[in-house]
Design a protein around this ligand. Sequence first.
Ligand code: ZN
Length: 454
Amino acid sequence: MNTIWARHALLPQGWARDVSVQIGKDGRIAAVRAGVAQVGLGYGILLPAPVNVHSHGFQRAMAGLTEGRGSNPGDSFWTWRQLMFRFLDHLTPEHIETITALAQMEMLESGYAASAEFHYLHHQPGGIPYDNIAETSDRIAAAADQTGIGLCLLPVHYQFGGCDGRGLGAGQIRFGNDFERFQVLHDAAAKALRHLPPDTNLGVAPHSLRAVGAGDLAGYGDLFPDGPIHMHLAEQIAEVDEVRHHRGARPVEWALANMGLDARWCLIHCTQMMPSETVALARSGANAGLCPITESNLGDGIFDGVRWMQQGGRIAIGSDSNIRISLSEELRTLEYSQRLRDHSRAALATGHHSTGRRLFDAVLGGGALATGRDTGAIRTGVWADLLCLDDGALPLVGRTGDVLLDSWIFAGDDGLISDVWSAGRHMVQNGCHIHRTAIMHAYRRTLLDLQATI
Ligand SMILES: [Zn+2]
């Protein structure tokens, strides 16, 4: 039994002082008591640590490579995707492991306790499966084993190059499986997780309405009766046009009418929605998996967050392309996008809670639900997913209550995070991951290797 004592803590009933949290050997919170004498060294501000619900780990190594306009005046999401396809022609399983480990380490250092890996890079260059069909899933599991992050693995079903059922392009060939082979891969990926701690779990991810057939999508909840289901939805205008052309409805309309959406579903982006779609999708109980930094970087557009949350819609947060990994910046970017669009302030605040508090509560609950992870609060019985802010850091001096969260999110950065626990594993201590040096060196070698081959 390990005991943490903090001067401030955000408990389900609100802010409390002088709180001790006991973590059992099983990684779950065994007891929480407020108003008790200090035990041990003592921490500053203890918060539940959220889940990062959407990551493509390997893309971390592309960060910064696609910010020039080059010779193409129409640079866009789609030209970015072309570079991504070229880049991954060179990635080996070893590269995938070291890059993913770096990304997971940075997630932990920014305050996430767990990560859902939306994993589509399955096969060798040329599209031939590895001898172990789940080789690259094994590598993601190995990265999680090293970093100690709580992993929700989402093997991705990617079958077609577009809504018309065309074959995969050269850049997509490493992703592809028909449904039968995907089931084999999914079973093998489950085995890849066996050696990881018990907070690890498996879900599934039909890539998008473009990449999976309408018949399979309509039955996905029955085909995979257990675990979370994630899918990209309504990110790009061109995608809306393509789906409307081939399926006779806009993406969100089609998904609502055909896919039996409920709280098992986490729909990533949901950027291109009509107001009526926003209302209907929010009421379906499905989570919106928002990735504000990536959506800004790719110029996707702005999620209709004010309307969504007014309808009781659930949100979760993800780092997606991992162009930059920062929990506080994701939340800040989401709020600022709403203010810029609406010429407003405190767009997502309520009469009861400040912006920072409402966003933080929302992503704690949404992230837990979207990944089926028993987490999201400092209370007995759930995984000990915790983060600690340094209450001596300048942006937090003299602050109390919800203003602590606002000051972190809007005036500070992830440098304020001193410690992070994932299911009781104390992976970030004094601001650094405990295996930072080894993970950094392996990543540096991978980058130099890739630089030589691309
Ligand atoms: Zn994505």
